[in-house]
Structures are given as C-alpha cells and as structure tokens.
Write a protein that binds this ligand. Structure first.
Ligand code: PBG
Length: 332
C-alpha cells in the first residue's frame, strides 16, 4: 500500500511525548477559591445544593482559609451573607459589615493571601436586587455611589482586589474614581464585565441568600444569546479602568472567553459558577461520571479558551489533584 497521510498519533505515543506537546496547562496559581462568610458563632453550614461548600462564621473561618493556604492556592474571593438587610443594602458598606470583618481577619492571619472582595448589593438588600429600587425599577446612577462606598470600605478593610459584580452601567468608573479619591489608586478592579443573566447561578443564590424577591436580573445582566454585546461590555469596562475581566458563567460561554481574550487586552478570569459545580457534584455522587477527570477537563477547556485565571468552587480539589500528580501518583 502506498498511502500518504499525516501521522498525528506520533505525538500521542507516550505520556512523555504528550506532555512535551501539551499546549495548555493548569496550575494551582490559576485558581481563585470562593468563600462565604456569615454572622454568628460556630457556624459551618453546608450549602444543600453545593456539597462541600460551606457558609463560615468568623470564629471558624480560619479552618477554611488555612486549608486554602496549605494547598498553595494564592487567592480567595469573599462573599458575605449578612443578618441585616435593608432597601439600600447598607450592610454592604458598613465598616463593621461581615465582609469587612472577614477581610480584616484573613489579611491579619494570612497577609500573603490575595483577598478579592465581591462588590455587589444583592446579598445585602431586602429585595435581593443588585441596585436601589425606585418605582419598581432598578436605578442605575443612584446605585453607583453605594457601590463606590462599598468598594472603599472593602479596600480599607484590606482587600487586595475589588471585584464589582453588579452590572450597573458605569460601575467601573464610579468605583475607580472612588478608590482613587480615597487613596487606593493601587487597588486593581477585577470587573465582572461580561455577566450573563443565567440559571447557572441558582445554587449560589441558596448559598448567599440573594435571590431577587420580585422579577429577575434581565434588565442589568446580559442576554445569553449575545456575543457582540460582550465585547462592548468588556471594552467600556477597560476604558473605565478595569484591570481584569470576568466572564461568567464559563462552561457555556467558552466562545465568549476566547472572544474577549482576543479583542480586549487584559487578563481574563473564567467564573466556573455554582450551577456548573453542582451539576458535576450531583452526577458524580450518583457514580455517573468521574469527578476528577470531568473537573480537570472543564478547567483545561477554560484555559484553552483563553482564561488566565479560573474562579471555581472546585479549587481545593483541583489543587489537591495537581499536587498528587506532581508527587507522581497520577493514574494514566
Ligand atoms: C452577586 C453574584 C452572583 C454570583 C456571583 N456574584 C449571583 C447573581 O448575580 O445572581 C453567582 C456566582 C455563582 O453562581 O457561582 N451579584
């Protein structure tokens, strides 16, 4: 037989050769781990729809943070679950708020750990929306002042990065200006620039008690059908002063991650959201999928799509698996 064709399998012949030609790598330094903090003492509540994810009171929080540090994960993002909620979300910018106290405590015990503050109002408002409500609508510009106040209080508490997730127009410039005026010019903004209105946030809303009490978030979060709008969102956030972009969710939006990576010159963060986590957990608890392999495949796909960093509830498991592999215990 005299056939001429390309032998792709040469580069797949052995594990060593496959390693040599691997185009994408996943590292522990790529991971950001989300932590939910809540009031009270002795609270370690597992979120029913998110196995192995807990709400922590501050007296127990160090157990969680220490485990993150021990695994050499270098960044966490803090979400607050406050007791007090009102119509303007004032516990979001209270210097003694749950997030501010948690940040101070984490930075005091672990100054080397990068602490990212999620900056939004929905966990702190009694109506569960991400902005101020007037006459039944979410008002953009009034909300901006409150977001800037929230970001400043988080920076004052010691946050290393501010991550505004609320999707009001102009939130990046409002926060940048507020931070600069308060003397925090060196605190970067990791903007949830491209945030879709997604059913994949369901379990997070259980974890953070942040479901809207009426309506939905479609007037401020993006329509999953839109691609060009994602570029417009990312570009305007860049002009307003964003230092990083989050694309959220991640798994159904890999095309958008690539698009933003190609078109907008800043580090891209994929947010592997709660629903994406819960689906894997549920199926693996049934024994229907291999959790480790599925999670590693998902995360490498996000990196391949262009993500520089991945925000994921799987971070501790992944750090453990990567460590095992470095230790030579990998199964083929
Ligand atoms: C707050 C916020 C949400 C998430 C992160 N920050 C919920 C929402 O917008 O409804 C979702 C994260 C996840 O699902 O893991 N605005």
């Amino acid at each position: 037989m005299d056939l001429s064709f390309k032998r792709h399998r040469r580069l797949r012949k052995s594990k060593a050769i496959r390693n040599l030609v691997r185009e994408t790598h996943l590292h522990t330094e790529d991971l950001i781990y989300p932590i939910f903090v809540t009031e009270g003492t002795n609270v370690k509540n597992e979120v029913p729809s998110m196995p192995n994810v807990f709400q922590w009171s501050l007296d127990l929080l160090d157990e969680e943070v220490q485990s993150v540090v021990d695994l050499q994960i270098e960044a966490v993002i803090v979400f607050g679950v406050p007791n007090e909620k009102d119509d303007v979300g004032s516990s979001a910018y209270d210097e003694e708020g749950i997030v501010q106290r948690a940040i101070r405590q984490i930075k005091q015990n672990h100054p080397e750990l990068t602490v990212i503050a999620d900056t939004c109002l929905c966990q702190f408002t009694d109506h569960g929306h991400c902005g101020v409500i007037e006459g039944g609508t979410i008002v953009n510009d009034t909300t901006l002042d409150l977001l800037a106040k929230t970001a400043i209080s988080q920076a004052k508490a010691g946050a290393d990065i501010i991550a505004p997730s609320n999707m009001m127009d102009g939130f990046v410039v409002a926060i940048r200006t507020g931070l600069d005026q308060a003397g925090y010019e060196d605190i970067p903004i990791m903007s949830y620039a491209v945030k879709y209105s997604s059913a994949f946030y369901g379990p997070f809303r259980d974890a953070a008690h942040s479901s809207p009490k009426f309506g939905d978030r479609k007037t401020y979060q993006m329509d999953p059908a839109n691609r060009l709008e994602a570029i417009r969102e990312a570009q305007s956030d860049l002009e307003e002063g964003a230092d990083f972009f989050i694309v959220k969710p991640a798994l159904s939006y890999l095309d958008i991650i690539r698009e933003v990576k190609n078109d907008v010159g800043a580090p891209v963060v994929a947010y592997n959201v709660s629903g994406e986590y819960s689906m894997v957990k549920a199926a693996s608890e049934q024994g229907w999928i291999n959790e480790k392999e599925i999670v590693l495949e998902k995360l490498i796909s996000m990196k391949r799509a262009g993500a520089d960093l991945i925000l994921t509830y799987h971070a501790k498991d992944v750090a453990n698996w990567l460590r095992e592999e470095r230790g030579g215990h990998e199964h083929a």
